[in-house]
Design a binder for this molecule. Structure first.
Ligand code: S3P
Length: 168
């Protein structure tokens, strides 16, 4: 029994959802994916929310979801890539949970997400320079939120999960 949840954060395409699924199975803990919770709550896809309410509207819903997860224990929580852009979310995640930052290079990220058009932030940004620019802008926020940082480049999901469990 642990009195916290394990939270995965990181840029789009760093493997949060995939790693969270395996972690949840391996540790036998319930999985919560915040983007899925947002879609369930609104009945809209992430792209539709961005279209209808803009990024701010999306972030407001995300902030409410994170607030609801503040005191949840023994869960694996996979967050959307921009969750750390609000200090309120960082505080709510860090206070009671272990926050793990997954990192990857822009090259690997682009390779992983090249056939996926469900991310409004990366719409029309399919070159390394654009991705690196957003990563650079977000770097300090990610680091501020993280208790543990795991590099995922060239690693299998199993290896990443083993590393997380070992370092928890
Ligand atoms: C976002 C990342 C997405 C999703 C939304 C915004 C971001 O989640 O929350 O499109 O700002 O980085 P993933 O990181 O799971 O792609």
């Amino acid at each position: 029994m642990v009195d916290y949840s394990i939270v995965l954060i990181g840029f789009m395409g760093t493997g949060k959802s995939t790693v969270a699924k395996v972690l949840s199975k391996q540790l036998n803990l319930e999985l919560i994916d915040t983007d899925k919770s947002i879609e369930k709550k609104t009945g809209l896809t992430i792209s539709e929310i961005f279209e209808k309410y803009g990024e701010k509207g999306f972030r407001d819903i995300e902030t409410d979801i994170i607030k609801d997860l503040k005191d949840k224990k023994e869960k694996i929580i996979s967050c959307g890539g921009g969750v750390c852009l609000r200090d309120e979310n960082i505080k709510n995640l860090k206070t009671n949970h272990r926050v793990i930052l997954l990192e990857a290079s822009a090259r690997v990220i682009l390779e992983r997400i090249k056939d996926d058009d469900t991310r409004p932030i990366l719409k029309d940004k399919t070159d390394i320079e654009s991705v690196e620019m957003i990563m650079k802008r977000r770097k300090a926020s990610y680091q501020k939120c993280a208790d543990l940082i795991i590099d995922t480049d060239e690693k299998s999901v199993e290896k990443i999960v083993d590393e997380i469990i070992e370092k928890l």
